[in-house]
Design a protein around this ligand. Structure first.
Ligand code: NAD
Length: 498
């Protein structure tokens, strides 16, 4: 049977997932859809491969991961073109995405031993006769479920750290970008041909659900908050630990002493890169009254210059056709409730594209302010001062990233944002900083990828004590005497009774 193709919407034809460009409808590739049994078999195979991979040790894994990093860097044009062809993202944005991913592979590979390797830990006076040892061991098999908006960066943000920690990984890429996901595992297999250490299973949401129930030892999910809840519920059945990287509605705060040109430049990029389809994209701005008008003018001037369309344009198509309705609804809701469009507006949605839209004075309870829009739109609201900006920024249940522009108070404001990350005098920077953890609070999820926390996220702490001397105050033995217990009581009073 041949299905009708809506450009960009995945269809299943003869057991194959057919992926098409949202801009042109051209087929990007087709991949076999996995059944629940296939997913179980993939996890079983990965378990054996994971034992082999773990046994390579930190040095063996580092060497192989750095080879993969080298391949990704050398073939950056190829993968960027594929990201463009499948998801519609402008090639330049795809290049930036891959660069960031390469950086994470490099850091994870180089730092896994230092962060996770065996080490002596100091013991204390109580139990001083024992030495203490700590190491972080891999879970075994990590299931990674990915979204389409950053089809290289998001899976690698989990997979590179999980692999460096010694796990095998089974990836379920988004049904909107399966070809990119397959490219990642195929190129990994080029540098690690011995065992299926990093593999993919393809299909719609039910395949992700099957991965949650497959016996994988941990599931790392990146996607919407609604699906995150389903993933957690499915994983709860088997007490499978989860990492949830979910949606966001990130705010930028522009304080009175901000460099307004720099703020406008970062705002336009942070809000509109990848057509606004960025989990940590700037969707709301709170600018203090004295700088509000000047800031809005600079944003409109810059955003108005951007080109929209296929190929070389600044802003490409909306990847997921169904999102166009959400974007249209948010714009309409903002305008019907007193907001004003100072750029774009009611007719901005021209499928599969959306023209940059800047909305000002939008009621705080409107959908455009409260819900994730995931389009090249932005609300800018005026606030009395930075305190009011922080209150409004923190008013939502999302809490992923954020940005602050200013001088004197900027870092203090950034620390007060209820979010996992913040950039001061830039936007989205934390995502590319491989030494820093990445993750959200509240509806944006929990757990951390990237950095030392990201490596520990994919490993279990293993604690070992070892006797090194006879106990002077034996207490954890039935051989103890009443005198030993009395000496223990005396010792604890001397040590801690002050
Ligand atoms: P989505 O939740 O629709 O899908 C994500 C993945 O989950 C897909 O692979 C999908 O097939 C799978 N899935 C669907 N139903 C499932 C189920 N019941 N069980 C298991 N897996 C299931 O999200 P999306 O539209 O692909 O991605 C966009 C969302 O991702 C946005 O909300 C965005 O903010 C978020 N996101 C978050 C981050 C982050 O790091 N926090 C990064 C990128 C994107």
């Amino acid at each position: 049977m041949t299905a009708v193709h809506v450009p960009g919407t995945p269809v299943i034809e003869d057991g194959r997932l057919v992926s098409t460009s949202p801009a042109t409808g051209a087929e990007a590739g087709r991949l076999p859809v996995a059944t629940a049994e296939d997913v179980g078999r993939a996890v079983d195979r990965a378990r054996g491969a994971g034992e082999w991979w773990a046994a390579l040790g930190f040095d063996g894994r580092r060497e192989r991961l750095l080879r993969w990093r080298g391949l990704l860097a050398r073939r950056i044009e190829e993968i960027a073109e594929l990201v463009h062809a499948e998801g519609g993202k402008p090639v330049a944005d795809a290049v930036v995405e891959v660069v960031t991913a390469v950086e994470h592979v490099d850091w994870a590979a180089r730092n896994a031993r230092r962060v996770l390797g065996p080490r002596r830990v100091r013991s204390r006076l109580v139990l001083a006769e024992f030495s203490a040892h700590l190491e972080y061991q891999p879970y075994g098999v990590v299931g990674v479920i990915g979204p389409w908006n950053y089809p290289v960066f998001t899976p690698i943000g989990s997979a590179a750290y999980a692999l460096a920690a010694g796990n095998a990984v089974v990836l379920k890429p988004s049904e909107y970008t399966p070809v990119v996901g397959q490219w990642l595992v195929d190129t990994f297999a080029e540098v690690v041909p011995e065992q299926p250490v990093f593999t993919a299973v393809h299909g719609l949401g039910d395949v992700g659900a099957a991965l949650c129930r497959s016996g994988a030892d941990k599931v790392a999910f990146t996607g919407s908050s609604a699906t995150a809840r389903k993933v957690m519920a499915a994983c709860a059945e088997s007490l499978t630990p989860v990492l949830l990287e979910a949606g966001g509605k990130d705010a930028m705060i522009v304080d009175s002493d901000a460099d307004l040109d720099a703020a406008a430049e970062a705002c336009v990029w942070g809000a509109l890169t990848n057509a606004g389809q960025t989990c940590i994209g700037i969707e709301r701005v709170y600018a203090v009254e004295p700088v509000f008008d000047a800031f809005v003018g600079k944003v409109v001037e810059r955003a108005g210059r951007l080109t929209v369309g296929p190929d070389d344009a600044d802003i490409g198509p909306i990847t997921m056709p169904s999102q166009l309705d959400v974007i249209r609804r948010h714009i309409d809701d903002a305008l019907s409730r007193g907001g004003r469009a100072v750029l774009g507006g009611a007719d901005a949605v021209q499928p599969p594209y959306v023209r940059p839209t800047v909305l000002v004075d939008v009621p705080e309870d409107s959908a455009a302010v409260r819900e994730e829009t995931f389009g090249p739109t932005l609300t800018i609201n005026r606030v009395r001062d930075a305190d009011e900006a922080v209150d409004r920024a923190n008013a939502l249940s999302y809490g992923l990233g954020g940005s602050v522009f200013g001088r004197r108070r900027a870092v203090a404001i950034a620390r007060r944002l209820r979010s996992g990350m913040a950039s001061v005098n830039s936007a989205l920077t934390f995502a590319g900083m491989s030494t820093l953890p990445f993750g959200g609070v509240g509806d944006s999820g929990f757990g951390r990828i990237h950095g030392e926390d990201g490596l520990r996220e994919f490993s279990r702490a293993k604690a070992v004590t070892r006797r090194r001397a006879r106990s002077l105050l034996p207490s954890t033995t039935f051989e103890r005497t009443p005198a030993d217990v009395a000496r223990l009581v005396k010792a604890i009073k001397v040590m801690y009774g002050r």
